[in-house]
Design a protein. Structure first.
Length: 160
């Protein structure tokens, strides 16, 4: 299924939180809760963009691998989204703690009970830079530094 065929609002879904799961070059996976991102058309491709701070354990997986997934659970799995947003994969096996069952699809993690999963392939990555902001709207989010890296990914598939 392609993005243009989907009749739900992805922007509203991202705002309600999702799991971003990255797969490294060895097939290891890690997941984290995200609530920033979006979708659109860039370079003639349907894309998704997500943001990850370098301090996050998932960041290394995003850097080392080519594939990611963005999984939406609707109103279920609130406890999972909370745990995956507050605990680090360095310290906790999130998959075991949350009983997250998954398979790999084109190198990307697909959770059994996700309502919608975007299968993503990295196209571009760059760090947000303090001197590039043309507005003060983001200042409250970066009082202690830690600027996010933006990943632009091609949407390879949408599983509903």
């Amino acid at each position: 299924m392609k993005l243009v065929d989907v009749n739900f609002n992805l922007a509203k879904m991202v705002a309600r939180s999702a799991l971003l799961t990255a797969t490294d070059e060895r097939g290891n996976v890690n997941t984290m809760t995200v609530s920033w991102g979006g979708t659109g058309i860039l370079w003639g491709r349907e894309v998704c963009f997500v943001f990850v701070r370098p301090e996050r354990y998932t960041f290394g997986f995003c850097e080392r691998g080519e594939s990611m997934s963005l999984s939406f659970f609707g109103d279920k799995r609130k406890d999972t989204l909370s745990l995956c947003g507050t605990k680090s994969g360095r310290d906790v096996d999130k998959f075991k703690a949350c009983d997250l069952k998954y398979t790999l699809n084109e190198g990307a993690c697909v959770f059994e009970d996700a309502e919608v999963t975007l299968i993503l392939k990295k196209l571009y990555a760059d760090d947000l830079k303090k001197d590039a902001f043309v507005s003060s709207v983001a200042e409250p989010f970066y009082k202690n530094g830690g600027y996010h890296r933006m990943y632009i990914c091609e949407i390879k598939d949408i599983l509903v």
